[in-house]
Design a binder for this molecule. Structure first.
Ligand code: COA
Length: 257
């Protein structure tokens, strides 16, 4: 039996997806994209899953699009369409996503990390968008998402030069939330995910939508969207429980209603 392209694990209310194609440095081949997107969709539909962590191995998160697949004429068209669907499927996940990055996160690997809501990186991580060196441009959202995170001049430099950056620089640029020592990158990411998973799930989902709205809308429309989602949050049992527990000085018991 061949190894699964992505290994799924559950750790309480946190789900972990580990890319598992060492022979191509976890390049995003069709079977990797399909399995990862399907797992994320299943977990997103499961109310027991409160946060999802996406990880690779110690030495590579993902080396980008599968260059071999992208150059094989017979399958290239289908590959590009599948890749486009993959990015949309990942971006529509309502459950918080944490990327746990160790080693190389290049091209689509870097785009996958940046698509996630938070990124925990090992001190060994190296990120970059090397597509320009192959005569192409990023196609998984980097020109938009990286620009929103780091600003235009820095995004231009990364994308036009294809330069790789180390974990410290990624942290400085805001592409990464926190750095972890070499052997602690995954446990640190899982810890962050556990904290998010312990928060009231409806409020977490609404908050994720509200923050993402900042990327899609002007300030006025974004504030209107926040107001709408805030009113929704105010109407939940979670809100009653959270506030009551505070007043009664006890731990809240959030039921996701
Ligand atoms: N697509 C397909 N195969 C890839 C790949 C990719 N994106 N990245 C690496 N591989 C394959 C190599 O072809 C090689 O296969 P082989 O053993 O059959 O020769 C194997 O993975 C190991 O790659 P190698 O370059 O020898 O490993 P390394 O540890 O020295 O370097 C990287 C790792 C990630 C720095 C290097 O492989 C790399 O630069 N990859 C391409 C990154 C890229 O340009 N991504 C954007 C794609 S649009």
């Amino acid at each position: 039996m061949t190894d699964p392209p992505v290994i799924a694990e559950r750790k309480g209310q946190v789900a972990l997806a580990r890319l598992n194609r060492p022979e191509t440095r976890n390049a995003l081949a069709p079977e990797v994209m399909e399995r990862l997107a399907a797992l994320v969709e299943d977990w997103d539909a499961d109310t027991e899953v409160r946060c999802i962590v996406i990880a690779g191995s110690d030495d590579y998160f993902a080396a980008g699009a599968d260059i071999r697949m992208a150059t094989e004429n017979a399958s290239a068209g289908e590959f590009f369409e599948q890749a486009a669907r993959f990015w949309t499927r990942m971006a529509t996940c309502r459950t918080p996503l944490v990327a746990a990055v160790s080693g190389y996160a290049l091209g689509g690997g870097c785009e996958l990390a940046v698509l996630c809501d938070m990124v925990v990186a090992s001190e060994t991580a190296e990120l970059g968008q090397p597509e320009i060196l192959l005569g192409i441009i990023p196609g998984g959202g980097a020109t938009q998402r990286i620009t929103r995170v780091v600003g235009r001049p820095r995004a231009m430099e990364l994308i036009l030069t294809g330069r790789r950056i180390d974990a410290q620089e990624a942290l400085r640029l805001g592409l990464v939330n926190q750095l972890a020592p070499k052997r602690k990158w995954l446990s640190s990411a899982l810890e962050l995910a556990q904290v998010v998973a312990s928060r009231p799930p409806i409020a977490v989902g609404l908050a994720k939508r509200a923050v993402l709205a900042a990327e899609d809308t002007g300030l006025e429309a974004g504030l209107a969207e926040e107001r709408r989602l805030y009113e929704l949050a105010m109407s939940t049992e979670e809100r009653v429980e959270g506030m009551q527990a505070f007043l009664e000085q006890r731990r809240p018991d959030f039921k996701g209603r």
